[in-house]
Design a protein around this ligand. Sequence first.
Ligand code: GDP
Ligand code: ZN
Length: 386
Amino acid sequence: MTKEEKKTLEKRLASLDSNERNRLLKRAAQMRKLAQRKNGTRPRRAYLALAEDDEPEEIGIRQPQSSLHDWVLKLLQDEESGEAAASTPRHPVGTVIAIGPRSAEVVLDGKMLTCLLSKEIAERQQSEIAVGDEVEVLRRGDDAIVENVRPRRTRLSRPDPHVAAQERVIVANVDVVVVVVSVVSPPLHPRLIDRYLIAIRRGGAQAVLCINKTDLLEPAALEAELEAIRPYLGLGVPVIRCSASQGIGKEELRQALAGKVSAFVGHSGVGKSSLLNSMKPDLDLEVGDVSQGYGRGTHTTTRSTMWDLGDGTRVIDTPGVRSFGLWKLTAEELPWYFPEFGEAGRCKFRDCGHTHEPTCAVKSAVEDGRISRDRYETYLRILESL
Ligand code: GDP
Ligand code: ZN
C-alpha cells in the first residue's frame, strides 16, 4: 500500500459511520489474530481496545508493523476493490418497471423491453427481482434475458405471507416510500403505519405519510381523526393531507417526489391509484370500487408498476396489503426503530426491553405523555410477535 493510498483509505475510514467502522475493526482484529496464530507470533498487548460504543481507544504504544489500524486499512482496501469488481456490469443495464411470470418489463436506453428471467432469477423471483431493480440484460438473437440483478441502494421487504422464511422484496432502489392511508373507508390504521416506517427505515428509503380522503370528514371530525398522526410529526416524517378526488395536496405531493423514485404503499382502497391519477391525469390508472373495496378481490392493482411522471420523477404503484410483516427483525433491533425511545432518558438497565423492567425511562415517558401511548403499544405488540 502506497503512502497516497493509505491517506485516501484513512480519509475514507474517517467518513464511515461508527457501526461500519466498528464492523471493520472487529473483522480486522479477527483476521490479525488468525494470521498471528498461523505465523506463531504471540499477540502483543492490545494496541486498541474496542470501546463499547464506537471509537477505538488507544491504550498502548503504536506498533510499527501489523497494527490493527493497518489491518483495518487493508481490509477496507480489499472490500472496496471487491465492490468495484462487482460494480462493473457485463451487460447493458436497465430498470425493471413491471414483473410478470418468468418475465420482466425493463426500460433500457429509454426503450421498453420484455425480458425473460434467467432460470436462477425466475426460481427465486420474489426475493431476487423487484420493480425498481437495475438489471443486466443479455441479448441472444431476438430474446432479451435478465442475467443479473445489480446491488440495491434501498429496498422495501416483507416476509412472504405464505412462506415466512422467505423475503419478498416489494420495491427496490426507491428514494421515497409514500405510505398512503385514508381517514375513513378504510379507517386509519396507525399500527400499519408504524410497521411500514420500520421496514422503510431498515431498507434505507425515506418515508412520507399521505393522509387521503380528507374530503370525507367535516373539519372538526378530521382534526380529531388526525390526532392519531401527531406522533409522526415529532419523528420528522413529512405528512401530506390529500384528497385525490378534490385535487387537494397534489402539488405538495408532487414537490415531495420531484426528481425522485418513489413507491406508493398501503391498504387497498385508500386511493393510491387515484392519487397517481390526480398527479398525472393521462396515466388513467384503473380505480377500485370502494363499496367492494378494501381487499376483497375486486381491487385493481394486482402487480407493481413504475410510472414515469416526467422530469425524472418516477412512481411505483403497488398492490394493496391487508397486513405487513417485518422481515428478520430482532428484539434487540426493535427499539432502534422507535427513535423517540432514545430521547426518553436513561433506563436503569442498559439492555432494558422497556416492558416489565423497573425504572424504565421509556415507560415513564409514556406515562407523562412524551412518548405516544399508541406507538408504545405498537412496540409491545411487535416485540411479542418476534
Ligand atoms: P387503491 O386501491 O389504494 O389504489 O385505491 P383507488 O385509487 O383504487 O381508490 C379506491 C376508492 O376510493 C375509489 O372508489 C376511489 O374513487 C376512492 N377515492 C380515492 N381517493 C379518494 C378521495 O380522496 N376522496 C374520496 N371521497 N374518495 C376517494
Ligand atoms: Zn426501558
